[in-house]
Design a protein around this ligand. Structure first.
Ligand SMILES: Cc1cc2nc3c(=O)[nH]c(=O)nc-3n(C[C@H](O)[C@H](O)[C@H](O)COP(=O)(O)OP(=O)(O)OC[C@H]3O[C@@H](n4cnc5c(N)ncnc54)[C@H](O)[C@@H]3O)c2cc1C
Length: 417
């Protein structure tokens, strides 16, 4: 008999679990509270700019192997595009200095030994001082592990770790930072090629998964919010959605792939991260000047990363709680000022949109990282997925896909045991 599995939440974690289980010949039912799949990784039509935009600019690196395998499994690996090699142009808005970090294509971080390719005004010794991050324990702070000042920190370590952890790097978990460094910088340029979903997050990472699932006979129900779990004697027996209740049969299982806060309220006693940080993205309807790189790192200003899309310039600011209540027009003007400086032109502010995701990621501090649960639960047919579960990575697409894959694999093993 075909096993049935219910996936609660159609974000990247839920979709990756659903795709894996549909491919393993399970009857899959996905239940999503909102009217759209993708969760924190989605596209939508924005009337202010008259463009389809993403809720946030999502950057992947070629070393994100689970995320890339997920894209391959839904037929969209080619939709993740980027420069041929791991080159990162940067500008310092405070000094006007520009440079390009060139990590090459090697499997080893050989660029560190080449003065022309590493960060200007840095030496090999600066990079060696980062080594303690690689074996740092989860409980340690970045500040207690590596130097958090100096040219290398300001121009590379701070921008990289800020983007990855979404906290001010010194307060971040050295264990999580170390995982990022091991899987990217330490793995050489071949693991650091920047990749973006140029046609949009939903077109590349979400809609093709929904189509694949439907083609395999899965059902996807939108506006179907799980309200309560019926738990009994070591098993999950019911899913209560308000108007309807679904009984979970003896051969059925459930992956709860909702964010940390709803997970904690659905499963009393579950320990989850409880503090979150915002990310601000701004989108401007403006044709990028021809010489503009697709991704530009920006230091010494408000903006951190500037992305050039067809008809649109977009920026990201991480760890952005301080900007969440700033008047929108004022924030847009400040950001546009940075964009003009970084891209080297002057223009009136075009139509714009600001997206402030207040709880973009859990706070990647040692204290919050310690609250992340694994994928198994006390109920043998209930598994957890989500970027906030204990993936060993900060809250990223790579972590989300890993969590979905792991929940699916544990579920498969449990049902086949
Ligand atoms: C602005 C922004 C920028 C980011 N930038 C990057 C980046 O550059 N690179 C990167 O790798 N990562 C980035 N991330 C992180 C990445 O988006 C997340 O890690 C990932 O999308 C989380 O996926 P998830 O499935 O775990 O959770 P979610 O996307 O939150 O999905 C959970 C789903 O569950 C649904 N749900 C909730 N409650 C219920 C319920 N009771 N019943 C049914 N459904 C429910 C929600 O509606 C949602 O669809 C960024 C995030 C944001 C917000």
């Amino acid at each position: 008999m075909q096993n049935t599995v219910h996936i609660i939440g159609a974000g990247i974690s839920g979709l990756s679990a659903a795709v894996r289980l549909a491919n393993a010949n399970f009857k899959v039912h996905v239940h999503e509270a909102t009217q759209q799949a993708g969760g924190r990784c989605r596209s939508y039509f924005d009337a202010a700019t008259n463009l389809t935009i993403d809720n946030g600019n999502h950057l992947l690196l070629s070393g994100n192997r689970h995320a890339i395998a997920y894209a391959r499994s839904i037929g969209t690996e080619a939709g993740l595009v980027g420069p041929k090699s791991a080159q990162f142009p940067f500008v310092d808005l405070a000094t006007g200095q520009r440079w390009q970090l060139d990590l090459g294509e090697s499997r080893l971080p050989l660029w560190v030994f080449d003065e022309a390719r590493r960060v200007p005004d840095t030496g090999v010794r600066d990079y060696l001082a980062l080594l303690p991050l690689i074996w740092a324990s989860q409980g340690k702070l970045v500040a207690d592990t590596i130097p958090c000042k100096g040219t290398l920190y300001d121009r590379l370590v701070q921008p990289l770790l800020l983007a990855a952890l979404n906290v001010d790097p010194p307060e971040g978990s050295a264990g999580l930072a170390g995982a990022v460094v091991r899987e990217t910088l330490l793995a050489g340029g071949q693991a650091c090629r920047p990749l973006i979903a140029r046609e949009g997050l939903s077109a590349v990472l979400v809609e093709p998964a929904i189509k694949l699932l439907r083609d395999k006979g899965a059902t996807i129900r939108f506006g179907h919010e799980l309200r309560e779990l019926g738990l009994s004697a070591g098993r999950l027996s019911e899913l209560k959605f308000g108007e309807d209740t679904i009984a979970i049969g003896p051969n059925d299982a459930v992956v709860l792939a909702v964010p940390a806060r709803p997970a904690a309220s659905l499963l009393p006693g579950l320990k989850t991260p409880s503090k979150f940080r915002a990310i601000v993205n701004a989108h401007f309807r403006y044709d990028p000047p021809p010489q503009m790189p697709p991704i530009l790192g920006v230091v010494g200003g408000l903006v951190e990363w500037l992305f050039a899309f067809p008809q649109r310039l977009s920026i990201t600011i991480s760890n952005a709680d301080r900007l969440v209540d700033m008047p929108r027009e004022e924030l847009a003007q400040a950001i546009w000022g940075d964009i003009c400086k970084a891209a080297g032109f002057q223009a009136d502010m075009p139509p714009w949109q600001i997206v402030r995701e207040r709880r973009a990621t859990f706070e990647a501090t040692p204290e919050q990282n310690a609250l992340r649960p694994g994928a198994s639960t006390a109920w043998k047919n209930l598994f957890l997925a989500g970027d906030w579960t204990d993936t060993g990575l900060p809250a990223t697409i790579e972590g989300s896909v890993r969590s979905g894959d792991r929940a699916a694999d544990l579920l498969l093993a449990a049902l086949r045991a």
